[in-house]
Design a protein around this ligand. Sequence first.
Ligand SMILES: *Cc1c(COP(=O)(O)O)cnc(C)c1O
Length: 397
Amino acid sequence: MTTTNRLRALSDAHSAHNYHPLPVVIAHAEGLWVTDVEGRRYLDMLAAYSAINFGHRNPRLIAAAQRQLERVTLVSRAFDHDQFGPFCAELARLAGKDMVLPMNSGAEAVETALKTARKWGYEVKGVPADQANIVAFEGNFHGRTTTIVSFSTDPVAHYSYGPYTPGFRVVPYGDVAALRRAVDAFTVGVLVEPIQGEAGVIVPPRGFLAAVRELCTEANALMIADEIQSGLGRTGTTFALEHEKVIPDVYLLGKALGGGIVPLSAVVADQDVLGVFRPGQHGSTFGGNPLACAVGREVIAILETGEFQDRSRTLGEHLHKRLGDLPPRTVKQVRGRGLWAGVELHAKARPVSERLMELGVLAKETQDNTLRLAPPLMIGQDELDWALDQLERALTG
Ligand SMILES: *Cc1c(COP(=O)(O)O)cnc(C)c1O
């Protein structure tokens, strides 16, 4: 029995089957490359759904984590620590906002934003008690909590978890008229992904995000941008909304913010929004811990150089040009921006990701027919071309 099979049998028998991973067992990773327990190397074209934007074990991030491991890792928010203030100030500056509320997972940042919008709605906007509504979009993915799956339109994510949290309205993504009809005096927030990742890397029609901004301003509702997957360099800019010159009231960040080392998420907004919280009204034991803040600060410093955003922009053009040349016989549509692409096939994508794995490239299907490509942003053109050569082989094989 191979080591791979022995380890897979263990996960199969003893882990809940809430994922359907590719049959590869990884033991080591560096930069773009991961190595499995048999010593086979693969180019990682998924990058942990964009949590590995800066590469596996990025030396700057590992060094920051190691320095912090030697000092202090956790104090809880009962005490302040010397990484906390600087992290919040630096992240707020990166986003052009005043304040940060750090959490751990992306779902917790979303939950925090929903609580923020409701609290702001009641205490600042003046919505009558328990009457607030929040608008979200069909095809959304914002995480897995009971409240978040309450407004998910993906049946697999949604069903069997009721009773569901009320207070959400869901309208078609990209449909400004439907959004206008859904927004009323009791709307406190509109929660939107600038590009819908899990839905298959769906880029909304041009002007849609600016229209969301305008409607939110008109209705005095918070525009909440979930940039957990689209943000921090992935699309060629720090925030995907920059492409549309849109500034939301609230940014939600996660995934790459933790540098692929620790879970770190955040809600970033101005004082008039995040200022609604008083001691005890919200919290998290691990949120904003010293280790996470130290890694997050290094992530911010890396982003401030603009280097990864530039790489994603230039190589992204190359990626999309090559994907555009794939045969229309097998490829229905290619979507995305920067080093991020959804390749929608006429057939199921799973066999393609399995063939790709055999060819030394790791990528994963999202929805049934779409292959998602999101390599670490330090990929070079040669490596990208090699991965795309393998994709061509996998599609014709
Ligand atoms: C991954 C993701 C989340 C949830 O993040 P977790 O860390 O898995 O809880 C929320 N929103 C978007 C857009 C995501 O891609």
